[in-house]
Design a binder for this molecule. Sequence first.
Ligand code: AMX
Length: 468
Amino acid sequence: MNENKLKINTLVYQQKISLSTVNYQLKKMGIIKDLFKIKADAANIEIKDLLKEHGNKKIGEVTLAQIYQGMRGITGLVTETSLLDTQEGIRFRGYTIPELQQKLPKAPDGDQPLPEGLFYLMLIGELPTEEDVNHITSVWQRRSHVPNHVFATIDALPITAHPMTMFVTGVMALQTESNFAKEYAKGLNKKDYWSITYDDAMDLIARLPRIAAYIYRRKYKNNEHIQPNGLLDWSGNLAHMMGYEDESFKELMRLYMTIHADHEGGNVSAHTTHLVGSALSDVYLSYAAGMNGLAGPLHGLANQEVIKWIFEMQKELDTQSPTKQQIANYVQKTLTAGKVVPGYGHAVLRKTDPRFTAQMEFGKKHMPNDPLVNTVWNIYETVPPILQSLGKIKNPWPNVDAHSGSLLVHYGMVEYEFYTVLFSVSRALGVLSSLCWDRVLNFPIERPKSVTTAAVKLWLEGKEEIWE
Ligand code: AMX
């Protein structure tokens, strides 16, 4: 970084000039990357001061049970992009989903936020203008080229391969394009890590809709592909390349890409991306690792599991619209078979997921009489009391995945195995803006301590000290 920028940062930090003056100048030049660096430098100084003064303060205690139980409730990470409240759900840089729907720029004639704006918010920490969002759309358009070997690699997989397998394989094939990996191999100064990580992140996000749409058309639409439309926004273009031209489907994609983007840092996909990234693995390697986690049925694959479960229920009961009593019986059957009710429960949330509610509102506006969507609403009225009555489930309420598939089916996207790919495209916004922050704040390699049960027993017998 040059001396002038360092001076600006120091002045900003000392509050001698306002950030809005700097923002205004930089926005005028359209340099989001420089603005990010200025924000990050100010944050860096602040964190250093904070740690100098309070670094030894204890923020919690860890029980033996917690280390055997998925580290639930242990605060062990810093993720700047969003924060989850158990009762009210996710806030992105302080803004709830309804606030984002109100405050983020929208497509012409649209009423859902453009996810480009959410990316800006997560990265920069403040709301974007329409100009900022248009700028990101055009940058992602410009950078969206996917080299042919990526498609050839996907094509090498059998058509029966799961779309998530095709997706992460495609992302891994794209890793040949990582500038970070190339520059690191040549010998990269630590101070420049963040800059190339940022460029890689922008490239990868720009290219994901093309890869996702390619997989959809290859697997489900006779391998007949649709070229990108250079005039569309990121989500609108994804809808277009998948073959969905309905304006309200494009609106659904904008909502979908916004609400699935981030859910603070401890969930499997975000944490994995961060963890792998902490080894200085590039953006492609880190994101692919995270998405392998998203592909698990207890995490992002739950969206396909929900629709599969409802389709199976409809088939077994021979009706498109099961009654609440029939749903209750089917839930009991699922539980008796030792399976989870997909789309219900959460490791942190203790209320109905606001991402579920946002989708319910979309359904009420665009498809209030759709039988499948109504079944999802009937399930919502039926399942929580049943789960609650079991006494062991901490959160009987629906999560994001309980609703998403039914909206897609309404527009004809019945191929539920594809749903987690859509989730992945969206999740890139959160985990990659976070990875940019990890790099710019120079977070070290992650390496928590683990123990064996034998060591725990020795410690309980007083034969071993607490481990360092
Ligand atoms: N149906 C049946 N049983 C459930 C359940 C559900 N929906 N949710 C939790 N339970 C069970 C657990 O399996 C566990 O049983 P056990 O003690 O016999 O092992 C017990 O209730 C206690 O679990 P918990 O502390 O309430 O939940 P958790 O933090 O361990 O797990 C989650 C959270 C999401 C994995 C779990 O609720 C679940 O499996 N839900 C269904 C799958 C799902 O919808 N996943 C998507 C989550 C959101 C996302 O990441 N996209």
